[in-house]
Every structure is written in structure tokens, then in C-alpha cells.
Design a protein around this ligand. Sequence first.
Ligand code: GLN
Length: 216
Amino acid sequence: MSASPVVGVLGLQGDSREHLRALSAAGADARLVRRPEELAAVHGLVLPGGESTVIDKLLRVFELRDPLVAAIAAGLPVYGSCAGMILLADRLLDGTADQQTLGGLDVTVRRNAFGRQVDSFETELELDGVTDRAWPARGPRGSEAPSGPVHAVFIRAPWVEDAGPGVQALGVVPSGPAAGRIVAVRAGNLLATSFHPEITGDTRVHRLFADVVRAA
Ligand code: GLN
């Protein structure tokens, strides 16, 4: 595959533009996906943060749900952040009565998991495959290489309550009331974070995903 994989960002609701910017900075050919033909043209897809119940409904309205479920089953690399993590989960706790996920990731995710006290918060966290990676492998010339922990922004975020044997936990909350909770996972071509790297200017998670897409 070319050095610039074509990576789509689901553009039905949520912070798609921030992901497009982060993917472009990570060396991907990034484009919005709103129609089945657009989905068929990408090598990987980002499911953005937003409101999972709304994205779920719109996926059906835009007739993207079935093709996306099929694409995930066929091995399409997908990265879900926050609401996107919820959409990738095989099992969901605290969803609304009629809420469906796409599934594919063998995890149980709890929606709005962080209680009222830490509803939204920021922390530094270590991420396997990200904070230890040689960087920037393909970064723009002259760009400063951030290293060390990721600044993770959680906004009414889910966490991974339980993960199947094929799922690798990449990062956990380091301290506080939710210490030890899994907030980043990878299983094959599927990647998910509870937090929003797309709004921090640190593109290492998007670089990791671009690498997954290139390798797929
Ligand atoms: N709480 C939202 C949901 O249920 C997710 C929040 C987010 O994506 N920042 O979908």
C-alpha cells in the first residue's frame, strides 16, 4: 500500500473534523465518510467522539450500518474514540433501551462510566505501542517529537469493563477513583480509546492507527 493510506472518518455526528486534521498530520489521506460508496473507498475508518445513541440512529438512516458491520467482519481497520469505542463494543452496559452497537471488538464497555465527580477530566497516561514508539517515523520534517505519556482528555467517557482473551489493554487510568480502568484497547485491526487524542495536537495515536491501516 502507498505511504498515504486512505482513512475515512465517519461524518454523521461528532468531532469528525478534528480527526480529519489529526489523520492528515499523521500522514494519512483523510476523508469524510457519509455514504456506503464512500465507505467502500477507504482502507480504514475512524469512528469519532460524539453521542453514540445519535450516531447509532444515523448509521441506520444513512444505510451505513449493515455495510459497516460487514466491513468490520471482513477486517477493515477501525479506530473508535469515546462514542466510537462504544460503537465497536460487542457488549454495552448503560446504553439506552434501543441502542445498538456495531460490535466487532470483544469487550464489554460501560457508557458514561466515570461517575459525576470525574464526569470529565484530563490525565497523563502511558499507552503501549504509543508512548514507547520511535517517533516520528514519518513525521513532517522539523516537527518536534513528543515522547512520554499521552495527555488524555475524557468527556463523559466510557471505559472497558471487561475484555476477551484476544484483546490487548493498551492503557489504564493511572490514579484517582477510576485507577486501573482500561481506557485503550487493541484487537487485531480494531483500536479504541475512551479519550480524545484528536483534540490535543498529539498525533501519536493516529500514527499508530495509520500504521495499522498500512499493515492491513
Ligand atoms: N457519552 C457519549 C456517548 O454515550 C460519549 C461521549 C464522547 O464521545 N465524548 O456516546
